[in-house]
Design a protein around this ligand. Structure first.
Ligand SMILES: [Zn+2]
Length: 150
């Protein structure tokens, strides 16, 4: 996304691909990454739902550039909110693609719930990995030796 490769309709058009420019979801705007992930009415609703809209809106006023905006937000947000920010963006893009390719309409709640489930699963997997590493290190027969350098 930060390399300008995010395949929105605006991006595809700028690369010479003949396609419509309007937003897949709301149909009333120019579909660039800022619109589809942040400013589309359904996206704004999702950001409000997870209490990130105010900081996104403030940051948008300073940086109307997706790269700068993402890095600025990641700089400002605490770890848990960074994770939510990234996961909601993923879920919004999935919503857009479900509408485009399967004509499925999702609610804001579905977008947020999918993100929360993904994040919960990811956090659980991180805990399991952490516990397994701790268990391995705690077993007396699992002494980790420094590599022998000859
Ligand atoms: Zn839209």
């Amino acid at each position: 996304m930060c390399r300008g490769c995010f395949p929105t309709r605006a991006r595809l058009s700028s690369r010479g691909i003949h396609c419509r420019n309007d937003c897949v979801l709301c149909g009333t705007n120019y579909e660039d990454s800022i619109h589809v992930l942040l400013q589309c009415p359904g996206a704004m609703q999702a950001w409000r739902e997870v209490n990130l809209w105010d900081i996104i809106n403030r940051t948008l006023r300073r940086n109307y550039n997706m790269d700068a905006l993402i890095f600025s937000l990641l700089d400002q947000l605490p770890a848990a909110q960074k994770e939510m920010f990234v996961t909601i963006m993923w879920s919004l893009w999935k919503r857009r693609n479900l509408k485009l390719w399967q004509q499925k309409n999702e609610t804001c709640l579905q977008v947020v719930e999918r993100a929360r489930h993904l994040l919960d699963d990811w956090r659980t997997s991180q805990e399991v990995i952490s516990h397994k590493a701790t268990d391995i290190l705690a077993q007396p027969n699992n002494v980790i030796h420094d590599p022998v350098i000859e």
